[in-house]
Design a protein around this ligand. Structure first.
Ligand SMILES: [Zn+2]
Length: 207
């Protein structure tokens, strides 16, 4: 998944010569690329630079227009074209789900940069597990005594800790351009951390 940096010129459609939004489909004339979608990373599929900061509205707009072009039912009766459209649309959905979620996007960028993957590095900041345990216990106590206000306050605290972690993930993912191993390991640590906050939040929401 290591990426080679190359300046990419806007691609023109081989059929209609319009500048293409995406290298896999021309939204002007409906021509689908002959290359397999796996040739492109998720950013390239949407004609985007590989940056953490994404215009989500623009991404959604591109997703909708490309989905219409690629839709298997509109792609003609030719079985090969239908197969190609099916593959492309699965790739497009997968890429869209990855890019629109900030955590999934950072995970993806980290993988592009060479990891480490969650299975390779399970580290979290030293204080995290203790803090999680304290908050969980406090929440349990509040729940047992029926203190709804305290429960809300603890939930808000957990949400704000999750938000801080997400901010750190963003800060680190924006520095990924240098792909330094230290940045990658710190990002891995924060991506591991946010899973704990997510799971604690889920526990307090279902209470
Ligand atoms: Zn075209």
């Amino acid at each position: 998944m290591e990426r080679q940096k190359q300046p990419t010129l806007p691609t023109r459609c081989a059929e209609c010569r319009q500048v293409m939004d995406s290298p896999v489909a021309c939204s002007a004339c409906g021509t689908l690329a002959q290359l397999p979608a796996e040739t492109f990373d998720s950013f390239e599929l949407f004609g985007l630079p590989p940056n953490y900061d994404i215009d989500l509205k623009a991404l959604h707009g591109k997703y909708l227009s490309m989905s219409r072009v690629i839709h298997p039912d509109i792609a003609g009766a030719n079985p090969d074209q239908r197969m190609q459209a099916l593959t492309l649309s699965a790739e497009l959905n997968r890429a869209y789900e990855t890019l629109r979620d900030p955590v999934a996007r950072a995970e993806y960028m980290l993988a592009m940069a060479g990891g480490p993957r969650a299975s390779e590095m399970k580290d979290v900041p030293p204080d995290l597990l203790g803090e999680i345990m304290v908050l969980r216990e406090e929440f349990e106590e509040a729940r047992e005594s029926g203190d709804a206000e305290r429960m809300r306050a603890i939930r808000a605290e957990i949400e704000s800790r999750r938000r801080e972690t997400l901010d750190r993930i963003g800060d680190l993912a924006r520095q990924l351009e240098c792909w330094h191993v230290d940045i990658r390991r710190r990002l891995r640590e924060q991506l591991n951390t946010i899973k704990y906050w997510n799971s604690l939040l889920e526990q307090t929401r279902s209470a």
